[in-house]
Structures are given as C-alpha cells and as structure tokens.
Design a protein around this ligand. Sequence first.
Ligand SMILES: Nc1ncnc2c1ncn2[C@@H]1O[C@H](COP(=O)(O)OP(=O)(O)OP(=O)(O)O)[C@@H](O)[C@H]1O
Ligand SMILES: [Mg+2]
Length: 242
Amino acid sequence: MTPVLAVKNLVKIYRTAGAPVPAVRGVDLEVEQGEFVAVMGPSGSGKSTLVHVMAGLDSRTDGEIWLAGERVDTLGEAAWAVKRRKHIGFVFQFFNLVANMTVADNVELPALLAGQSARQARERRDYLLGELGLTAQADSPPGRLSGGEQQRVALARALANQPTLLLADEPTGNLDSGNTRDVLRLLKAVHGNGQSIVLVTHDARVATMADRVLTLCDGQITDDGRIKGRGGGVSDVVRLRG
Ligand SMILES: Nc1ncnc2c1ncn2[C@@H]1O[C@H](COP(=O)(O)OP(=O)(O)OP(=O)(O)O)[C@@H](O)[C@H]1O
Ligand SMILES: [Mg+2]
C-alpha cells in the first residue's frame, strides 16, 4: 500500500547568523496507513524540526517528501498548503493558537478551510471539545486557558478535519495524568479509526501506545523498533463519532 507519508534522505540545516546547525541529517521514513509511530530522543535531537519539515511547515535543505503517493516538496507553497489541509493535522509543541479567536473558532477553522459545511465543522468541534473536557472554555480566548488546556485545544484543532495523518509534537508535554489520559483516549480512537499518527514524546508510557518507536539522535534515526503483535487490528477500538 502507498505510505501516507514518506521521506527520503531528508536533511534540514538551519542557517542562522552563527555556524549552520544540521538538525536533521538524512532521515528515511515511511509511515503506513493506520500506523502509530512514536518519535523519541533527547532534547535538541531534531524531533520538532523533523515533524515540521515533513509537514511542510518549514523548508527542507535536501531530500524528498511524499504525501499520499505524491511528491510535495517540489510543489509551490500554495499547492502544498492545500494538500496539507486535506491530509495532515498538526499539534505544535508550543500550541500556536490564534490569540484573538475563541477556543471554539480555533478548533473549527481547519475544518472550514478544508471545505466542510458550517454544520459539520460545528458538530465536529463540539465533539472534540467534549472529548477533551474543554466545553466550558469554548467561548474563551486561548490566552485565558492554562498551558495544558491550550495543548488540548491544539489537539482538537489538529483533529478537526479528520486528517489521514496526525503529526503531534509533545501533545501531552504539559498535562497532568488525568488530562494525559483524555488525550491518550482520543489518540487511541484516532488510531482505531485507521488514521496514522506520528507522535513526538519524551514520555515512555505514551510511546508504549505506538506500533513503532523511532529514536532520533543528532538528527538521525538510530533505532526503529516495531512493537510485536501490533499494527493493523487494535482490539479495543473506540469509534470516532461524527
Ligand atoms: N529556528 C531555528 N534556528 C536555528 N537552529 C534551530 C532552530 N530550531 C531548532 N534549532 C536547532 O536544531 C536542533 C534541533 O532542534 P529541535 O527543536 O528540532 O529539537 P527537539 O528534539 O525537538 O528538542 P526538544 O525535545 O527540546 O523539543 C537544536 O540544536 C536546535 O537548537
Ligand atoms: Mg521539540
């Protein structure tokens, strides 16, 4: 089957005022449909850079990026953005919510941009906010929420248009155990629904939910372990409504 996402010899070198920083140094990776991949590795190993570049949110220095069987790194920015909206949901490590919009509007926006009807977008938003315990915050601006609440809003937003691929950068990084459970329950439902997930995490307990755990060190994959008996059928599938 065509991988949802494939990268070949992906390289990202940040060129700033000082010496160039090689953050991703030749990564090859294929993510299959329905696969749940955890990315671990020390701080500064290039995890955020890798997921940003794979999503086209930052430019690559070299290599190829394929989304649902189509090469995207050679597309213009606008064409790539259309593909991204259709296929990818992204949870940023530092949320990136729109400050002057309500929580509800932040979550609804991607679904509207992807062409869903206002009613569909609203229903999906209400479902996601409910699942993540955020209904009471729907009409607040994100700035009035705690870090953990904002992180859950960021996850709801990423799931709004039911992406084939969820790229999530530390989505449980600021959460207490109760909220981590809510997020993991939703991720399990997303996985059970056949969507693919690439999840950056420092938390080994979170990584145990994945089918496959990649370790990144100095911008390279140093370990790629599939967890035995996983992949494909998840026994306790939770159906995503709506
Ligand atoms: N915008 C940037 N400009 C220059 N260097 C950068 C930039 N962003 C990241 N880096 C550098 O690239 C390397 C990889 O950073 P990255 O944020 O991808 O690591 P990470 O694995 O996500 O770390 P963490 O676990 O702390 O989130 C680091 O050396 C970092 O300092
Ligand atoms: Mg990071």
